[in-house]
Design a protein around this ligand. Structure first.
Ligand code: ZN
Length: 496
């Protein structure tokens, strides 16, 4: 009796467990719809400061993340590189749009816009792009950023129509098209904010007026979507971004934080690692179940797998030019990591005495225009060995510092792959070393020259019988010789 009762209970539990995920916990899937809104030259700090109820509503239901773009010589903070980056999901060294008149020598065919990728992956999807800066949708400056494979493209010429007028027409036309046709994925662009920035500066009254007017256009788009008869069966996601910022006096193209400033607003909350502008395209693709491994970005909400992101940052100490509220730096390693400064010189800037952990926002403020802004493939917190900044205060001796990983399990692996996100070196010696089971370290890579924004992948042969491998990054003989930045180290076991 007892035994059969137990069996009965077990069977009931099993049946219930099978039934839950299929019929109870997933409601009928809603049809995904995505609208990416581009506001040329708009700044998140101004959106937050001005009367912008539509954008603030999107932020309240979802999130807004401040981001930062590159600077020269990687690419200028101009519309061409900015929109190409937002549309393609790769950085300018891949899409090769590096100015506002890029001609035919780009790689936009290899790295197409997200609407074109959707059309190719799922031709049944409907796509839509509308813009008044003509290079976005026509070949007026070179190959159009949004290709002719987009199902419906509408171009208004802001220069010919007047930008405020052109934006108003975009607002009206896009609202009608979203309401009546409801394309699966859209790009809707407004240009007048940037024109205002050039006219009166980001601190000027005309910039505020243009941004608040653009917010009303966006409010019209949101209302149009909600008025669709099928709205209840649809899941609309709005993403908003810009191509660059503006100085208070007006203008962009340079390397100041204001010019490099961008953001990603998402109407959906997504907890994950740091967001970059290259994440917009993969986020749109992911809504339709499409992945593209060759992109630099990843869907917003992807968790960080970078051990450095766990480091707690501090405010400046010797870097007195950096505002005290900009975090930061730290020489406290994540658990299991180590920094060996036993051969390090003395004195110098305390933040950079040996390997340190920092962010783009803090590190690029140390000295603009020295290619720290090119570190685009780092994300969140990364590690830096910067003998140049260290030398900006009296010091003796040389920069000799070693960053060492925890012991990774490589048992049974034929090879281990070390990937590190970004590497750049000057005249000092930058090397990667490995050690198995506490044995002698062997050098697996030494850089002979500059390496800009490279995702490194090193295959290391694992000796038979070895079970643990540690990895070290050493910067030696640094004598005011630039820097090396490393991010997202991972070790993967390969069978052979
Ligand atoms: Zn501009």
């Amino acid at each position: 009796m007892k035994r059969s009762a137990a069996l009965f209970a077990l069977a009931t539990l099993t049946a219930a467990t099978i039934a839950v995920p299929t019929s109870w916990s997933s409601p009928a899937a809603k049809t995904p719809k995505v609208v990416v809104i581009g506001i040329d030259g708009a700044m998140l700090s101004k959106i937050q400061a001005f009367d912008t109820p539509a954008l603030k509503g999107l932020i309240a239901s979802g999130q807004a993340t401040r981001t930062s773009l590159y600077a020269q010589p990687f690419a200028p903070t101009l519309s061409g590189p900015g929109w190409a980056t937002n549309a393609t999901g790769v950085w300018p060294d891949k899409h090769k749009v590096k100015s506002n008149s890029w001609g035919t020598s780009t790689d936009l065919s290899r790295y197409p816009d997200f609407l074109t990728r959707l059309e190719r992956a799922k031709p049944a999807l409907s796509t839509y792009a509308i813009a008044d800066w003509t290079p976005l949708t026509t070949n007026s400056a070179g190959q159009a950023i949004f290709s002719d494979e987009v199902q419906r493209k509408v171009t208004l010429d802001g220069d010919a129509l007047g930008w405020a007028q052109a934006d108003a027409r975009i607002g009206a036309e896009a609202a009608a098209y979203l309401k009546d046709t409801g394309p699966d994925a859209s790009f809707v662009y407004f240009g007048d904010v940037d024109i205002a920035g050039h006219s009166c500066g980001a601190a000027g009254a005309c910039y505020r007026k243009a941004l608040e007017q653009t917010d009303r256009h966006i409010g019209g788009l949101l209302a149009a979507v909600k008025a669709r008869p099928t709205y209840a069966d649809e899941e609309w996601t709005f993403l908003v971004t810009s191509d660059h910022g503006h100085t208070d006096a007006g203008g962009h193209g340079g390397n100041t934080p204001a010019e490099r400033a961008s953001y990603v607003i998402s109407s959906a909350k997504a907890v994950g690692g740091a967001v970059k502008n290259v994440d917009i395209a993969p986020t749109v693709l992911a809504k339709f179940g499409i992945t593209a491994a060759e992109l630099d970005g990843r869907p917003i909400g992807t968790a960080s797998s970078d051990p450095f992101d766990a480091v707690t940052l501090q405010p400046r100490v010797d870097e007195t030019g950096i505002p005290a509220d900009v975090l930061g730096w730290s020489q406290t390693t994540p658990a299991g990591w180590g920094i060996d400064n036993s051969a390090m010189g003395t004195g110098g800037m305390r933040e950079w005495r040996g390997w340190s952990f920092t962010t783009d926002d803090f590190w690029t403020r140390t000295h603009a225009g020295q290619q720290r802004e090119s570190n685009v493939r780092a994300r969140g917190v990364f590690a830096v060995a910067d003998s140049d900044e260290w030398s900006d205060k009296t010091r003796t001796g040389f920069f000799n510092s070693k960053l060492t990983s925890p012991a990774y399990d490589v048992q049974g692996a034929g090879k281990a792959v070390i990937s590190s996100h970004y590497l750049k070196s000057g005249n000092e010696k930058a090397s990667v070393l490995v050690s198995f089971d506490g044995g002698a370290a062997q050098t697996v890579l030494t850089y002979g020259g500059d390496v800009i924004a490279k995702s490194e992948r090193l295959e290391v042969a694992v000796p038979s019988g070895a079970s643990r491998m540690t990895v070290s990054w050493t910067l030696t003989n640094g004598d005011n010789d630039w820097y090396w930045a490393v991010d997202g180290p991972q070790v993967t076991k390969l069978a052979s």
